[in-house]
Design a protein around this ligand. Structure first.
Ligand SMILES: Cc1cc2nc3c(=O)[nH]c(=O)nc-3n(C[C@H](O)[C@H](O)[C@H](O)COP(=O)(O)O)c2cc1C
Length: 172
């Protein structure tokens, strides 16, 4: 098995970053706010679309965080994190948690979930997780969590594609 930080093909020319971003951006995702509490018990969170399901048995999810993020120390130390999947109506929350501002939690209605994790009212889904692995993967940290509790609601989800927030269309 390959080590996580090892490049897949060290001799192949890497695609230009702009082209890679553009190609990755074609992949449509939902939008989440991933949260934890820091050593002082203060809430920490940011907007994340790298969230993905990983395993049903055991129930595992993953997401990645830029290594240079000011939030990296808190998430690396945290034993738990929550993934709040945003509803279409929560685009303002996404913008706040992607901006460099201290009062991110002023936007949205937050309460304390399992282990004091910040949980967002009105989210399309919430996953409260035990952080089981954090590893360096290139310029990001890859977090894997075991889902301890989850909930969902049939509200329309917020989508992100090609650098734009979007709403969901009709089933085909
Ligand atoms: C739709 C969207 C998705 C994002 N996904 C991620 C992500 O998966 N990982 C990440 O590190 N940053 C992601 N970001 C960027 C962070 O939200 C942004 O850089 C934020 O300021 C990081 O918080 P920090 O200042 O605490 O590091 C995303 C931003 C947006 C708008």
């Amino acid at each position: 098995m390959r080590a996580a930080a090892e490049p897949v093909a060290p001799d192949a020319p890497a695609p230009d970053t702009r082209r890679l971003r553009a190609a990755l951006g074609r992949f449509t995702t939902g939008v989440t706010i991933v949260t934890c509490t820091d050593a002082a018990g203060e809430p920490v969170g940011l907007t994340v679309n790298s969230f993905s399901s990983l395993s049903l048995e055991p129930p595992l999810v993953l997401w990645s965080l830029r290594r240079e993020s000011p939030s990296a120390a808190a998430f690396s130390a945290a034993r738990h994190f929550a993934v709040n999947v945003l509803a279409e109506s929560q685009v303002g929350v996404s913008r706040s948690f992607a901006a460099r501002r201290a009062d991110r939690f002023a936007e949205g209605e937050w309460s304390a979930g399992l282990h004091g994790l910040p949980v967002l009212a009105g989210a399309a889904a919430v996953f409260e997780c035990e952080s089981v692995s954090a590893q360096v993967a290139g310029d990001h940290l890859l977090f894997i969590g075991r889902v301890l509790a989850c909930s969902d609601s049939a509200v329309p989800p917020l989508l992100f594609q090609a650098g734009h927030y979007r709403t969901i269309g009709h089933p085909l």
